[in-house]
Design a protein around this ligand. Structure first.
Ligand code: HEC
Length: 98
């Protein structure tokens, strides 16, 4: 997911179209977590919101809209990570477009 976000940040700055969402992102609903970690009770809801925001971004064509919806999608990654897996937050946050 991080690779995709990084690639899309580059696509936006080069005014290139968004790549389709990788099919593997659907695994967010079913993937097994690292032993010792526990998912949120509302994991599915957070995951769904995040993928919906990514799809909203992917559909946008106009630059200002692309930047805005991309940032909302990246913030939704962070929202879940703050509650469940803070490790990669700093790296994810670097992709917010200022
Ligand atoms: C619904 C909650 C949720 C959302 C939304 C979410 N993640 Fe995660 N993510 C997790 C959990 C839980 C793990 C840890 C899985 C494990 O340890 O098995 C994880 C793991 C990761 C990892 C691997 C961390 C490591 O140390 O290997 C990265 C990177 C990551 N997510 C980035 C993202 C990005 C980028 C997005 C947004 C496109 C995103 N995540 C959206 C819950 C979420």
């Amino acid at each position: 997911m991080l690779d995709y976000i990084k690639a899309e940040k580059t696509n936006i700055s080069n005014n290139l179209p968004a790549q389709p969402m990788p099919k593997s992102f659907q695994k967010i609903y079913t993937a097994k977590v690292t032993p010792g970690k526990k998912l949120l009770n509302n994991h599915e809801q957070y995951a769904k919101e995040s993928l919906t925001l990514l799809n909203t971004y992917i559909d946008k064509k106009e630059m200002a809209e692309r930047q805005k919806t991309f940032n909302l999608a990246v913030e939704s990654c962070i929202a879940c990570h703050e509650l469940v897996c803070p490790g990669p937050i700093a790296t994810i946050r670097q992709n917010i477009i200022k």
